[in-house]
Ligand binder design. Sequence first.
Ligand code: HEC
Length: 599
Amino acid sequence: MKFYRLLLVLLATSLPMTLYGAVQAAQVGDFALLDHQGKFHQLSWYDDQKAVVIFIQGNGCPIARNGALTLKAIRDDFAEQGVAFFMLNPQPQDDRDSISNEAAEFNYDFPILVDESQLVAESLGVDRTSEVFVIDPKTLRVLYRGPIDDRLGYEAQKPEAQNHYLRDALTAVLSGTVVATDTPEAPGCLISFPARDKYQKSTISYADDIAPILIENCVSCHHDSGIAPWSMKDHKMVQGWSRMMKEVLMTRRMPPGQIDMHVGKSIKDVIEITPAELQMLVYWIDAGASMGEGENDPLSELIFSDSLFSLGEPDLIYTVPAQSIPATGLIDYRYIPVELNLDEDVWIKAIEFAPGDRKVLHHIIAYLQSPADKSTGGRDEGDGRDDSIGGFAPGRQADAFRDDSGRLIRKGSNLLLQMHYTTSGKETIDETTVGIYLHDKPPKYVMSGGVAGQRRFMVPPHAKEHELKGEMMIESDAYLYAMTPHMHFRGRYMSYSAQYPDGTSELLLSVPKYNFNWQFSYHLEEPLLLPAGTRLVAHGAMDNSAQNPFNPNPEVPVVFGLQTKHEMFFGFNTLRYVGDTPASLGDSEIPEKNPSSGS
Ligand code: HEC
């Protein structure tokens, strides 16, 4: 065996290029999954490692449990040398909770990737648990697949392994030699693939199965005048884009703004592709993305409203000064003041932005500057005095309060808009308008904005996960309505939790893969009471490494600041303090600012 393998190595290195290519291993697609603790992992993000090891785990499988011990020993020897280790669980009968229990019981201290749709395992050709894969994260080639060693069999164990396949493979990878490929099949527990088997027998209907998923999750941006660069206007477009669709689904790049659906409070209108929907889409795409004979095309029948404002005619309309946007390049955030010219205090019930050019306007965050803020002269966004009062992002609903709620804007206040543009390949001018909707009389409830933020930090060069935390003390009973995480290019993830005065705490929202391109507001299905003394905590991390594709420069430390080359760490939120009523705020006094802390 040993001799035979050596021969293979020699053969492989001396073969002419073309033939050598032919014996090279299969390439896998880049993919992203959440692990059993809700953390986001994408294969290509580990391309600073020399190898990625993925062990197929399954609850209850004796060979997998036993193999895990050997895997740990190997990890302890190789992790320091640039090898990242994972487990991957594709078993349809396991879920995050049962996987966490198994991990606790058997002391697995690996991130266990939960392959809910089984599509990653399928793409790797996985059949049984306990098989192990060694992948080159730069080329995404499988360098080795097979058993860890030859110690374990069905109901049989040898005291010692004779062949240490995984160790040998890693040693070969690290020393730059070719990995042997003459390994036996890996013993392990067979995995069922019910969805795959089902869709091999029944066809997926474009009109009944696929189009509804796209309408629900994609078309709000992918229509003719939407922000997305191509329109899902009919089957032909979707079919043409289908392989690219599969890629962005497998890397979880689309739909944008995904949250961890397994934790936190229920969120309204969140865009989510379920594992079952993902399976349907991918099997349909793999089968050629075709439309059945005589099927109608729901996508081509959609009608989009061409009215500027979705909420109807606003009471006040302001035009943002025209912004000229070049064809290409990165554009720093622009801060554009909008004079409101109010000669009396007003109660607003909604604010909506009508983008001039949806192809380039990526987001707006509107900060309210009260007369008191302005009188202090220069401003410093995020010093706690400026509230975010609403904003625009593609796919984000207009910021409307309930009928009985509103926000007070004092006369003399102005808006300051943080506008983020991206270039679209074509020079353009954006003329955005702002619509404000007013209550005729003071509403019953007063809404406020708050922020759990951190303003003093330094993210070292190349830090892959620099954790940050911001806190906001809730000083009197309040209801939480919405959360809006805000970071720049290096933002990696953010979660919100509530630490209650009785010592308990609760995770409210987790955005495992933050992307600064998408400034979503996550509205709670039910407002949540935060009793006085609760700490609202935003926890997250910055990624200043070269693996972060948005990072303009991993060589420099990053500090707090307004522009995109600087960073922000803000957990914006929308609250209603129980004691705040229009009467309690008086008519002419400036309302007290929200308590906010964090620096
Ligand atoms: C909130 C808006 C929005 C939603 C919802 C959305 N997309 Fe996109 N999509 C975009 C934008 C913007 C781009 C261009 C990104 C860029 O600049 O590369 C894009 C690009 C794409 C691309 C082209 C590849 C690329 O990276 O440019 C594909 C394919 C795609 N989206 C598929 C989907 C699918 C499938 C869905 C639904 C599951 C979806 N999108 C939902 C906004 C959206």
